[in-house]
Design a protein around this ligand. Structure first.
Ligand code: NDP
Length: 605
């Protein structure tokens, strides 16, 4: 018998205690309290006078001479997307691969984010790619960030990706040269190199952002963003032990997935911690534990692929025999499909499905709110920590250390929701309403600009055939085949979430994309084609498919408290991903590779 974990055990479970109307009204009040007229414009990018927030604190920049050479493949981005593409290309026999990143080493998000307490909240056995190829078994069920960063380095070492790699280098211009069928690539290091194929995997949550707090620039104490942790100031490392904070009063601004991981450590080490909260996260049980050596010894070749696929099937609503992971993600799979689409339960009507979804959601959130009361001693503080919105309105969090931190006498929760956030900053304090909190140090756990890959934001200008700009050709929205490539822009591939299918285990999504792109390039090399490019018709057909299958979740989003999922409550266009879900998308790609791959080979204008 197959079952779908994440579905309610039975929609008939007793629900008479749940007053959905009252809950909806409460959620609406919370949303209205939080909405700000300036929406996404409330944030500041860390450029110009705030550029120092983006500086790499981990690796000194070394000078080098500009390059003018030619490589076969240039991979822009040294995170898991770029690394797995490089690895699969190497396995396909490609010798000339150049990896490039703005960071000082491989790791992507795990290079930049090294804050104390950092862990991946997806199970490591499914999240960390190529474990079997690299020969690594994670030490913990949910791996600490440093282990993940080292694994990224190990992938690069295993597949010889340090050879020719360029770090602290940013592409400033990409132009297709139709005479030689190569891209001309310019960088901020003065390079002007050439590459047959260019693959961009530059991430979607990479550029840290700051709140536009009035007076933020006047603060004279120490300050940094969580994705550039200043261990020189705090002392200690990702395990904690920050003795530099022992005599400091510290503010952490932000209680999202990052804040939830950081706050227990700063709370333990600082003389006093003020946590400035605007919207509480939902914080469920973590239950992390070391990997059982007997289990690790029992694993047979192919185990990781099986586990990753099983996780993806469960969270995408596909029927499975067994849920191998059985954690907070797989048990809430039904709720995730409000945000990340997949197979929907078609055995009931749309209305009935929505009714069940809402009940399951209410039960889940009631349990999460009840947990706050169980853990937090002070009832007023507990009330402030309760999330009043539906489960997938914000990124769900998991921690067994976060809530107990608020029982410490040296930790104070300051709720800012009624003021739309922090009111202002002065030379030495954070002010909320009329109350001033003098602090020595302000740590911003305030997240990232979303979707800002260089290609999409225009910071990496791309000119294809005839000098046409990529963003201009996407004036009516992206026009890709499968999200990877566009007509008029030969041999240029994008990894990320663009007109394809997504999942919470984004490393798995990137791995499938990497394998697909590597297979396409390998086939082009095999048959001696120098150009890979979809026809205009193929790209248009895919855009139609995306549009026609689109699952519009804007009504759900409109009811949510503001955040980056719904562009700060300003409304979200529904349907820019393949809504049958990632499992169906991967099947579609595999079939396409079987009998249609030749369609993108050998295109000429
Ligand atoms: P988020 O954008 O999720 O959170 C930013 C926080 O800053 C929110 O709590 C926000 O409040 C708060 N904030 C913003 N402006 C103000 C203000 N003016 N005054 C007070 N508070 C303010 O960023 P994170 O870095 O926490 O997470 C980003 C993403 O990174 C996650 O969603 C997840 O995808 C990923 N991540 C993944 C992890 C993993 O384990 N896999 C771990 C950490 C992050 P409000 O909610 O009210 O806007």
């Amino acid at each position: 018998m197959t079952t779908t974990p994440g579905a309610p055990a039975s929609p008939d479970e007793p629900t008479e205690q749940i007053d959905l109307d009252a809950l909806r009204a409460r959620y609406a009040r919370e949303r209205d309290r939080r909405i700000r007229p300036d929406g996404a414009a409330q944030y500041r990018s860390i450029t110009g006078e705030f550029g120092y927030y983006a500086k790499d604190p981990y690796t000194p920049r070394t000078e080098r001479a500009p390059l003018t050479d030619t490589v076969e493949v240039l991979v822009i981005g040294g995170g898991f997307g770029g690394l797995t593409t490089g690895a699969r290309l190497r396995q396909a026999g490609v010798e000339s691969i150049r990896m490039m990143d703005e960071a000082g080493d491989f790791g992507g998000t795990w290079y930049w984010n090294r804050y104390p307490g950092i862990h991946c909240d997806i199970e490591s056995y499914s999240y960390m790619p190529l474990l079997e190829e690299v020969g690594h078994i994670p030490a913990w069920r949910y791996a600490p960030g440093e282990e993940i960063r080292r694994h990224a380095v190990a992938i690069a070492e295993t597949f010889g990706l340090y050879r020719d790699a360029l770090f602290h280098t940013r592409v400033t211009d990409l132009e297709w040269d139709g005479e030689t069928d190569r891209w001309v690539v310019e960088t901020d290091r003065g390079d002007r190199m050439r590459a047959r194929f260019v693959i961009t995997s530059s991430g979607t949550l990479t550029r840290p952002k700051l709140p536009g707090i009035p007076g933020i620039e006047t603060f004279q104490g120490h300050t940094f963003h969580t994705s550039r942790w200043d261990y020189g100031y705090t002392g200690g490392d990702q395990q904690g032990g920050m003795d530099g904070l022992a005599d400091k009063t510290v503010a952490v601004v932000g209680t999202g997935a990052t804040g939830v991981q950081v706050i227990p450590h700063v709370g333990r080490d600082a003389r006093h911690l003020y946590v400035f909260q605007r919207t509480p996260s939902s914080v469920d049980v973590r239950d992390n534990r070391p990997t059982d050596p007997a289990w690790a010894a029992s694993l047979r070749p192919g185990w990781q692929r099986e586990r990753m696929e099983n996780f993806l099937q469960v969270v995408s609503g596909e029927p499975v025999e067994t849920d191998l992971t059985r954690d907070g993600w797989t048990s809430t799979a039904r709720l995730q499909r409000k945000m990340i689409t997949g197979a929907l339960d078609t055995s009931v009507s749309d209305e009935e499905r929505e009714r069940i979804d809402e009940l399951v959601d209410a039960r889940t959130m009631n349990r999460i709110r009840a947990r706050v009361d169980e853990v937090v001693d002070d009832p007023a503080t507990a009330d402030l920590l309760k999330p009043w919105y539906r489960y997938m309105c914000k990124r769900p969090c998991f921690s067994d250390h976060y809530l107990p931190t608020f029982n410490r006498p040296d930790v104070t929760l300051v709720d800012t929701a009624d003021h739309g956030g922090i009111t202002r900053m002065t030379e030495d304090a954070i002010v909320v309403g009329e109350t001033s909190y003098p602090v020595d140090c302000v740590i911003f756990a305030t997240g990232f600009d979303v979707g800002v890959s260089g290609v999409v934001s225009g910071t990496m200008p791309v000119r294809g055939r005839g000098g046409h700009g990529l963003l201009e050709s996407w004036g009516q929205g992206p026009r890709t085949l499968h999200g990877f490539y566009s007509h008029g822009f030969p041999n240029l591939f994008h990894l990320g979430s663009l007109q394809n299918a997504n999942s919470v285990n984004f490393a798995h999504i990137l791995l499938e994309q990497a394998e697909h792109i590597a297979a396409v390039i390998a086939e082009a090399r095999k048959v001696g084609e120098t150009v890979v490019e979809p026809s205009r018709e193929a790209a248009e057909a895919w855009v139609r498919t995306i549009r026609e299958t689109a699952h519009d979740n804007s009504a759900f989003q409109a009811q949510c408290t503001p955040g980056y999922y719904n562009r700060e409550g300003s409304g979200v266009r529904g349907g820019s991903s393949y809504s049958p879900g990632p499992v169906a998308f991967h099947r579609l790609l595999e079939d396409w590779r079987g009998d249609r791959l030749h369609e993108v080979l050998g295109a000429k204008p």
